[in-house]
Write a protein that binds this ligand. Sequence first.
Ligand code: S3P
Length: 424
Amino acid sequence: MEFTKKNRIRGEVSIPGDKSISHRAVMFGALSQGITEVTGFLQGADCLSTISCFNRLGIEIENTPSKILIHGKGLHGLTAPTEVLDVGNSGTTTRLISGILAAQPFETTLDGDASIRKRPMKRIMTPLQMMGADIKSQLDNGCAPLIIHGQALHGIHYDSPVASAQVKSSVLLAGLYAEGVTSVTEPVLSRNHSEIMLQYFGAKVSSEGTTATIWPEPDLVGQKVNVPGDISSAAYFIAAGLLVPDSELLIKNVGINPTRDGILKVALAMGADITLLNENRDGEPTADLLVRSSSLHGTTVEGALIPTLIDEIPIICVMAACAEGTTVIKDAAELKVKESNRIAVMVSQLSAMGVDIVGTDDGMIIHGGKPLHGATIQTFMDHRIAMSFAIASLIAEGTTTILDHEVVNISYPGFYEDLGRITQ
Ligand code: S3P
């Protein structure tokens, strides 16, 4: 698909539902008694993978355009699937569902696409095995396919070497079934949607600092969940509004949970003009974001901020490329094991557009301010790479061609239509 430079961005955009929260609503709804009604559910391919896995585990889910209804069967209501569970491209589905499946009275095999077969799964296998799980990598390479033979589990305290909500959530979900209490301490706090939503469904969960603790065998009860817009998807429009001259854009109903709002902190530190309107702090906090064109300057992105913006680093690189001065991103080695190696891909593809960027072991260094020019962009089948370069193309001279552009359907079906509506 071809893109060209734009003069301005105007209007408003409503961002589709949060991917992390949508996955969790299906999973926790399935493990609850009664019906869970979800509005604002993200109809992206990743979340549809979670629905199809729970369908195969015997859960009826009605998916209509206005809402989804999950007919939960309680903690012990899942039934043995007759086929392999296909997780598609979704790391969240794979890692979270593994924690649940580790405790079921049946065997399951999980498999997905070429990307998922390269993502590291030892990070969940290790703590789940410590809890008594029988979980194996079929090819013995620490990746999917995974074969999980359900077992009786016992609670552990796990000191996670990585700040990962997927690891934390996998262990906490196994903890729902374990004998005794289960807790996870992370080096730095990762997104806390599981803790918030599990508690909302009736689980006993506590959070203190970077430690989350769960007690087993709660009576989970179906709930109404209204999924806020995904700040990770809003990030592309935040960047577009800031970078394209003469722009003013209202981005509506964006989730601003403090474990996810690092993009706002970084943008403000770079000199962005962003105003939060209509803040709502009931449950998962939300706000509308009013974004205006801004002259950005370089910054350092590191430490405890990293997990709060881990998926936004590709688009932060684009912002840094347009900012005066140097931006340093460090402590972000996790980027190498996302849907693609996002350090290598951002370095090679931004370089192709004329950006001065070098990769490091745990991040990148970008000397911003040079004009960008169009190029043919390889997405490596990574949705966030495709969307980042669609935004870069708005400020690049000439034509930018994005290969495999439809990969955005993983997290944002309708992305190009929404972008087309606000660009002039
Ligand atoms: C997610 C956690 C993050 C994030 C991913 C979604 C989640 O992954 O990158 O897109 O929903 O828990 P890690 O836990 O691997 O950091």
